[in-house]
Design a binder for this molecule. Sequence first.
Ligand code: SAM
Length: 306
Amino acid sequence: MDHSEAASERKYYIGEHSLTAKRIEPGLHIVSTPIGNLQDITIRALETLAACDVIACEDTRVTGVLLQRYGIRTQMMTYHEHNAQRQLPKILEALAAGRSVALVSDAGTPLISDPGFRLVGDVVEQGHKVVPIPGASAMLSGLVGAGLPSDTILFAGFLPNKTHGRKKRLEELKGIPATLVFYESPHRVGASLADMTEILGKRQAAVARELTKRFETFQRGTLAELSDFFSGDRPKGEIVILVSPPEEQELTEVDTDTLLLEALKDMPVSTAAKKVSKATGVDRKTIYTRAMELKNAGSAEDPESD
Ligand code: SAM
């Protein structure tokens, strides 16, 4: 993992300009790389990639393109989900010997729907230094261009591939008062938007495609409009879906359901309705009707049965 050049001689190039990378401290450096446009990389990231002892990457061909662009000649080793166990001891050994290792993924920020989480956990456990080098991530670029509330967000990564699992996950996310951010494959975007329309209801959303690349586009509208738009042709490229938070009224409904389901576990419908009506301020008749719906739908446990 060592290499012959002294760190002080490590070079990188921006266009015609040759720059010397400063020495970096030992430890695991988590380096964000571009999500499409190779210019989206920080000077600190370039210095780190040029100065470190070894770069752990998912695919040497992908990272090789980036290194070539900036004239960086640091040695690479692979680290991905299929060889993580085998490569971990090598990385820990290098760190224990006082070396610097840069972790990159194919694109964007490592650990964000990418490998690295376990590695960072193990490195922290062994008492080695972890240094994040921030930069591009599709979730943040999607968020800042979507035009949706950005004060509270929930990054939900990839949804399950199959409808049943996807709907179940969406039910779990439905009541969360945050803009939801999903990664999605172009093959499933239509199906996912259809499920989102069904489960999450009438909400504003955006589909961000090919961020930072030549054909970058944002499609904005309600979930139903976007579902229509993407129901025909499969879009090409990489995609982030963003969905605005539920309205206050929807949240009250979700809270009411949660309280009702809890109350219905150990009391009859009328008593549960009285209790939840008092707690939420919603009139007892409305709550009673909802309690009956939940009970008939089988969502509530029957306290009278054993
Ligand atoms: N680590 C990356 C990051 O920080 O964004 C994410 C890696 S994840 C394996 C790949 C997914 O990220 C893609 O399927 C897509 O949903 C999203 N993504 C990555 N690059 C993108 C881009 N340029 N435009 C839109 N979405 C992108």
